[in-house]
Every structure is written in C-alpha cells, then in structure tokens.
Design a protein around this ligand. Structure first.
Ligand code: DX5
Ligand code: ZN
Length: 216
C-alpha cells in the first residue's frame, strides 16, 4: 500500500489549515513539513511555531517533518514539542548522525534519514536497522516544483532489496518532482511513501489530486 505525504511547501500559507484539511479528507496519509534554514539549503521556509499551530488545528494528523537544516540535533526537540510524528534529517548535515537518531527517538518520535541526489545509498546502510524512514531526494533539496531525477529509482531499488534481505520494513520515501507521471515508477522501484507538493497543493482541485495519486 503506497502512502501519500503532501508537502505543505506548495500550499497557500494564508489558508494552510484549510488546505491541509482538504488533503487529509481526500485520503492523504500524513502531511510533509519541509523545514529549510537558508544554510543547509539556499532557501528559508518555516519552523516549529508553524507546526505548533497546524498540529493544534489538525491534531489527528501525522506530521512527517523533513529537516533541511545544518544542525538537526539542536532543533529536533522544538519540532517534537510542536507535534512532529516522524523527524527526518539529512545524512549530510553537521550534527552527529548517531546522536541525532538517538535524540529523536528519545523525544518519542520516529526517526528518518534523508540523502541528497549526490549521496550514495550505501552511506545510509550502517543506520538502516535503526530507522523508521529513509528519504531519497529526487531533486536537490531547497525548492518545490523541480524536475524528478530518475537516479532516485536505482537508490530506491537498492534500499528496497537491502531492507528485504535484512527483514526490515521502514518507510521508503521519495521526495521531489513526484506526480501522476513519475509516481508509478517510484512505487515499482520500492517506494512506499510518496511526497508530493506541486502535484497536490499546486492544483486547484486538491482533493482530486490526492485521490488520483492514491489511486495509482
Ligand atoms: C524540496 C522539498 C520537497 C518539495 C517537493 O526540497 O523537500 O518536499 O516540497 O515539492 P514538489 O513535489 O513540488 O517537487
Ligand atoms: Zn521534503
């Protein structure tokens, strides 16, 4: 069963709660919350206070937080307190990876690691047994609306095979340029959690877009 995590980066921030409620009512499994610090990536998005408001307005939603920040170890607590269900950070960040996994779990959240397009999948394997989620970026992190990079498919296939051989079943999430056209190949390659920003909140008919992606 493929799950869908619409990225609120593409939502109308003036109507954020309403937009998210529409996506959830249409069958979105969770909400993808993209945090950018203007340092790890060349863009700034939003932080824990926004998550706090959103999770207060929609308390039953599961929040899939994607930290594109240099120092996730310092900030994980703020996101856990604000309502994060899963906190994913980048393997390429400045924080100690093992300490960050431990801290996220100690905060009571699920833990995920993301890899950028240039990072080989092998780099995440030493941590695989401890992870609830592995996020394969199919664009350079930092901006929505970019073109899907097919190299992500090989990574998903490799991860999927490795998980099978180890008897693990984490979420294998793919993020960037996922839409009706690219989603089927992602699912075939082993992704079980799709992030979609423009392909959901960039559409006039948010509910229809969710339903279409869920039906693939
Ligand atoms: C990119 C973010 C993505 C982004 C995806 O850095 O991590 O989650 O919102 O947007 P689309 O689906 O438009 O590529
Ligand atoms: Zn993301």
């Amino acid at each position: 069963m493929i799950q869908l995590s619409p990225s609120i980066l593409a939502a109308d921030f003036a109507r954020l709660g309403e937009h998210c409620a529409q996506a959830l009512a249409a069958g979105a499994d969770m909400l993808h919350f993209d945090v950018m610090d203007g340092h790890f990536v060349p863009n700034i998005s939003f932080g824990a206070p926004v998550l706090k408001s959103l999770s207060k307005a929609l308390p039953d939603a599961f929040y899939d937080v994607h930290l594109m920040i240099s120092d996730p170890l310092t900030y994980a607590k703020d996101f856990a307190n604000a309502g994060a269900g899963c906190i994913t950070f980048h393997l390429e960040c400045d924080s100690d990876v093992q300490e960050t996994i431990d801290a996220i779990k100690a905060l009571g959240c699920k833990a995920g690691i993301s890899i950028k397009p240039a990072t080989p999948v092998e780099a995440v394997l030493p941590y695989l047994d401890q992870l609830d989620l592995v996020l394969v970026m199919s664009v350079e992190p930092g901006f929505g609306g970019q073109k899907f990079m097919p190299s992500a498919l090989d990574k998903l296939r490799a991860l999927s095979a490795e998980c099978r051989s180890r008897g693990l079943s984490p979420w294998l999430e793919v993020d960037g340029g996922v839409d009706d056209t690219t989603a089927p190949a992602c699912a075939q390659a082993g992704a079980n959690l799709l992030v979609a920003g423009s392909a959901v909140f960039g559409k006039t008919d948010v509910a229809g877009a969710v339903a279409r992606l869920k039906a693939l």
